[in-house]
Design a protein around this ligand. Structure first.
Ligand code: LMR
Length: 398
């Protein structure tokens, strides 16, 4: 029965991790998957997380099932982070949130919900976008189109082309936005541009789906939610898939959420019952541990301020690595202008390296970056910067 099955291609991001593990080069450097590393090249457990876990270990009374949508304390904490304290979306109960296994779980549930209730909708994703977006939406049978985003000449946002693309999207379709720290480019709209996009969304009548996986990695927890909150001033409905993999370092706990916003509390309640049906037929109900950690931290004054400090220090280290990378490339005699990298935000940098250069970095130097040229800046350290920049200078010479 299985003899006809062909091997699937390696995943463009997670497949790199496997290849990296098998590489015997002692000087190998992994700048592929979006995982934060500290100056020592480790991905440590945050202190706030460890302390929350200690508390949980003492408090936990049962391993019985959570409800389909997850624990109330977690769901509330997610909404406060997304919308801000006492936002009218919260006080008027216009949003409902379900705990999902990671941001990908949230996207998958969103995809099924869209396919079932908006079956004619096309999904629109930016060009480029996260390597898994298209596949997640296509896996439920949705049509996926792309809208203009990146300008390879300026290495910035092509805002005119973006507006022109989205002006063609009809009412009833769904447009995916990266809430902040666009993956893979690291280029976000400005507050004024978010405002224009929100107005356009309202005029065209498409549904925004925010993928919000890096809150706090751009400029700050509140600042990074600006795009999403601006939209909510202009449009009555929204889906939000968020993740705590990066900002809490909870990668393997798979902790994220899907939030639905509708025009009235009654509509939200009805639509949320359908979200829960999608969950029930997928994984039934969520795993508990990761969400309990997040809720414990966000609901404790002391742990929250420790977490905010830790998040800030991750964000600051990445900013520093960006400048150091640009300066070190210059000292290695690289004449191309890489200063755009200091302006990008979040973990990633869209380097402009070609697929051939990416392949040569891997083959000759054991340096792993995603085929699109996306570099995980959060994997750079003072120690690996010199060999990394030497290698890039060599491949750029051709
Ligand atoms: C990434 O883009 O590297 C991360 O979001 C991890 C993943 O699942 O691809």
């Amino acid at each position: 029965m299985f003899e006809h099955i062909q091997a699937a291609p390696a995943d463009p991001i997670l497949g790199l991790n496997d290849a990296f593990r098998n590489d015997l080069n002692p000087n190998k450097i992994n700048l592929g998957v979006g995982v934060y590393k500290d100056e020592q090249g480790a991905t440590p457990i945050l202190k706030s997380v460890k302390q929350a876990e200690e508390r949980l270990l003492n408090q936990e009374l049962t391993k019985s099932y959570l409800s389909i949508e997850g624990a109330p304390a977690y769901r509330q904490a997610v909404q406060t982070l997304l919308f801000g304290e006492d936002h009218n979306i919260i006080t008027k109960q216009l949003a409902q949130t379900a705990h999902t296994p990671g941001g990908t779980g949230a996207l998958r549930i969103a995809a099924e919900f869209i396919k079932k209730h908006l079956p004619e909708a096309t999904m629109w994703v930016s060009n480029p976008t996260w390597a898994n977006h298209q596949a997640v939406f296509q896996s439920v049978g949705l049509e996926v189109g792309s809208y203009a985003y990146y300008d390879a000449n300026t290495k910035g946002l092509d805002f005119e082309a973006l507006l022109a693309s989205l002006s063609q999207v009809p009412a009833g379709d769904v447009v995916l936005f990266h809430g902040c720290c666009h993956n893979p480019t690291g280029i976000d709209p400005t507050p004024e541009q978010w405002y224009q996009l929100a107005k356009l969304c309202s005029k065209q009548g498409f549904l925004p789906l925010f993928d919000f996986a890096y809150q706090g990695f751009g400029e700050g927890i509140e600042e990074d939610a600006k795009g999403l909150r601006t939209f909510l001033e202009h449009v009555p409905e929204m889906l939000i898939a968020n993740s705590f993999s990066k900002n809490f370092g909870l990668y393997n706990e798979r902790v994220g959420a899907l939030t639905i916003v509708c025009e009235t509390a009654e509509q939200t309640e009805a639509a949320f019952t359908q979200v829960k049906r999608c969950i029930r037929t997928n994984y039934s109900n969520p795993p508990s541990h990761g969400s309990a950690i997040v809720a414990e931290i966000l609901n404790s004054k002391e742990l929250r301020s420790l977490w905010e400090m830790e998040l800030k220090s991750m964000r600051t280290r990445i900013h520093e690595m960006r400048s150091l990378f640009v300066n070190t490339l210059r000292t290695k005699g690289v004449t191309q202008d890489f200063s755009f990298i200091s302006k990008q935000r979040g973990m990633f940098s869209f380097s402009g390296l070609t697929p051939d250069q990416v392949a040569q970095l891997r083959k000759d130097f054991g340096i792993y970056i995603v085929g699109s040229g996306r570099i995980n800046v959060a994997g750079m350290t003072h120690e690996n910067m010199e060999p990394l920049c030497d290698a890039i200078a060599t491949v750029l010479k051709g």
